[in-house]
Each structure stands twice: as C-alpha cells, then as structure tokens.
Write a protein that binds this ligand. Sequence first.
Ligand SMILES: [Mg+2]
Length: 251
Amino acid sequence: MARRLQLQLLTWDVKDTLLRLRQPMGEEYATKAQAHGLKVEATALEQAFWQAYRAQSLSFPNYGLSHGLTSRQWWLDVVLQTFHRAGVQDAQAVAPIADQLYKDFSNPCTWQVLQGAEATLRECRKRGLRLAVVSNFDRRLEGILVGLGLREHFEFVLTSEAAGWPKPDPRIFREALRLAQVEPAVAAHVGDSYPLDYKGARAIGMHSFLVAGPEPLDPGIKDSIPQEHILPSLPHLLPALDRLEGSPLQL
Ligand SMILES: [Mg+2]
C-alpha cells in the first residue's frame, strides 16, 4: 500500500492571510496628519503611499538592509515620500507624523485578526501540525502577534528582515525548513499572494495553499492553480489538508 503524506509543518504568511489593517493605509495616514495639524486627502495619500512603497522597495529591497538602512529608517522614508507625492513638501512637518505612524503600525490595535484565523490555527495544532510564520515584515511583527494573542500558536516567527531575504526568495523558505528541521515534501505554506506565497513555497518543493481575498481571483491565476489549492476562506484549510494528506507521499 502506498504511504500517505503526513504533513509536519505549516508556515504562514501574516498580512491579509491572518491579519489586516483596521483602516486603509490612506485613512490611517490622513488621520495622523490631521492630528498634527496637516490636512491631506486620504485618497491622495492612499495612492501616494503605494507609489512610494513600490519605488522604495525597488530601490532598496527588503528594508534596504544591504544598503545600510534600518527597517525603521526605510519606513520613515516611505512616509516622507508619500506626503511629498501627495503635495506636502515640508519634510520637517512630516517627520513627527512619520514617527507616530511607525509607532502606530507596531501597535496591535492598528491590526485586526481575520475571521476564522484563530480557530484555524488552533485546529491545525490539534491535528499535531507544527506552525511557524514566514512573512515579508519587519521586526515589529513579533510584538503585533503577541498583542493580538496569536504568537503562542507558532514555534517561530521568521521575518524577511531577520532572514535577510524576502519571499519569494527560496532562501527564506529554506531557512524556515532548517529552523524546523523538516523536509519540504512534508511542509506546506499558506498565504494570500500567488507569486510570493503560493509559487515561492512550491519553487522549493513545499506544498502551498492560496488564500483568496474578498476580491475575485485573477482568472489567469485561478486557471493555473488546481482548485483544491485555493482557499475561499481560512476554514477551508482543514478539508484541504485532509485531501492533501489523503494523497500518496511523493519524495
Ligand atoms: Mg500577505
């Protein structure tokens, strides 16, 4: 009789898989700006934020660590550039807002645990699975997970800042497997990004599941993934694990 797959490790993306921001980025920025006497439209800040974030990520990948930046400096620059792009040229006026935003995003109150996340993590542990985090995030993540009561579910929290490489770089997934001392064939990753999570983990031989957000999945992505790898919501993970573990082990 063929041996059945028994998963040992489940690694997790965090943002928009287990947690999301309570408010859109633009609103968060606009509220803090207003508290410092600066009135800027949330929609302008939202658009400017994503432009600044993309530009900063391209120029200085993974928080600019290899360029000598700290993740804090990296984020303060993103805020300065965001306001600059939204029409605020006075960097001195923006500096205390940037400081405040950096603190606020490390505050668990800024984040919200997604529906079904806590129960799913609990059920996974009951099945005997070991859990860990693999996230493109900075050093603030550990404290956020502690504050939201999720940290206890994970053996370790591996951020891209700590690993030195962001997903989908295979090295961050390999580092997670090394820390857990498990083979890729008995590990699976859960996340909401097709290129970073779903494909990144598969590239090193792990299994993976794609958590679909509230928006419809891009048809090109939907058609390229087996239906059983797509989770319309987190509670769909448990039956998906049953199906996966019902399949023969491939080493
Ligand atoms: Mg994510």
